[in-house]
Design a protein. Structure first.
Length: 319
């Protein structure tokens, strides 16, 4: 699976791409009715992202903007978004109503997810203290310094490989309002070097008193994640548990079913899995009896077996 579509909404607002340099800007939506997507033309080296952002700030009443989507910046496979982050932070006083920000909304034609160069995104959260939603795509060079943020309710990190230091940074952050956490852990081949033990501060729930939706997905070590989740204190307060998109086998599913009860959940998402038919049915029956909605769609999870018997299984989003 690759990411073939841009975000269609953010913060409950439909995404709207700000016009390019040669397009008209005299018929724009009201500033607070859309999530504004600002992007460089990856085929036009004459306008880099900060310049497109400056045009946006000149054309739109930024005091009313509620959501921003940062699309492609020039040569994202070779350049990190430091100039993008600097431009946003420098303009923070012009965006008093901003509540949602997504960094790196690129599809495969612009830059494959594991080729997107990132940097330390913590200045964005530190600079925009009223943010309620933050998301980032791309794990190469990504940093997340431990911080405190009293308003953030939703945090999404989409990668083909999430660095362990980022996992630790998030785990060490004080996020008392966070309700929704979605981490794509990925594979070692693309920089995903975390271990299940790195998730312990998140799974303890000590710094996440309001967490209700936890997604630890797209992981090559999904069985180990499932085993850690099975005894995690945070689970008892969750409404949604998402362990989808990864290499979840019968071993991981057995650990889940043998751990603490999951019958209080509203939703258990395990789609894109490698469960046997018998274990899949066991999970389905256990959850159905408790009225838990469970997603067991195998999706595009397919195994490759070599002549020597080696079996290869893949996460949903790698490169």
């Amino acid at each position: 699976m690759t990411i073939g579509d841009h975000l269609d909404q953010l913060h409950g607002l439909p995404a709207h791409t700000f016009p390019g340099p040669d397009e008209k800007t005299d018929d724009l939506p009201e500033p607070d009715t859309v999530a504004w997507r600002i992007t460089s033309d990856v085929y036009d080296a004459d306008e880099e992202w900060p310049k497109a952002f400056a045009r946006f700030c000149a054309a739109v009443d930024t005091t009313r903007v509620r959501a921003l989507i940062v699309g492609a910046w020039q040569e994202a496979y070779d350049s990190d978004p430091s100039p993008v982050i600097e431009a946003l932070v420098a303009a923070r006083d012009r965006f008093p109503a901003l509540r949602a920000l997504f960094l790196g909304d690129m599809v495969m034609e612009e830059c494959e997810i594991s080729w997107i160069n990132q940097s330390d995104v913590s200045p964005l959260l530190a600079g925009f203290e009223a943010l309620e939603e933050f998301g980032v795509r791309g794990g190469s060079g990504l940093e997340f310094t431990a911080l405190s943020h009293s308003r953030l309710r939703r945090l999404v990190v989409e990668t083909g490989g999430l660095p362990a230091e980022v996992v630790r940074g998030i785990g060490a952050s004080d996020l008392p309002a966070l309700e929704f956490l979605d981490l794509w852990l990925g594979t070692p081949d693309y920089g995903g070097d975390s271990e299940a033990s790195d998730l312990e501060p998140i799974l303890s729930g000590a710094r996440l008193p309001r967490l209700r939706h936890l997604a630890l997905r797209n992981s090559e070590m999904q069985d180990a994640v499932a085993a850690a989740v099975a005894s995690a204190p945070v689970v008892e307060r969750l409404e949604v548990l998402d362990l989808s998109m990864g290499v979840l086998t019968d071993e991981g599913a057995a650990a889940l079913l043998g751990g603490q009860p999951l019958t209080h959940l509203k939703t258990l998402d395990l789609h894109h899995h490698y469960l046997s038919t018998a274990v899949e049915e066991r999970v389905r029956q256990t959850m159905a009896t408790a009225g838990v909605e469970v997603d067991l769609d195998r999706d595009d999870a397919e195994e490759d077996t070599e002549d020597d018997g080696t079996v290869w299984r893949y996460v949903a989003v790698g490169e």
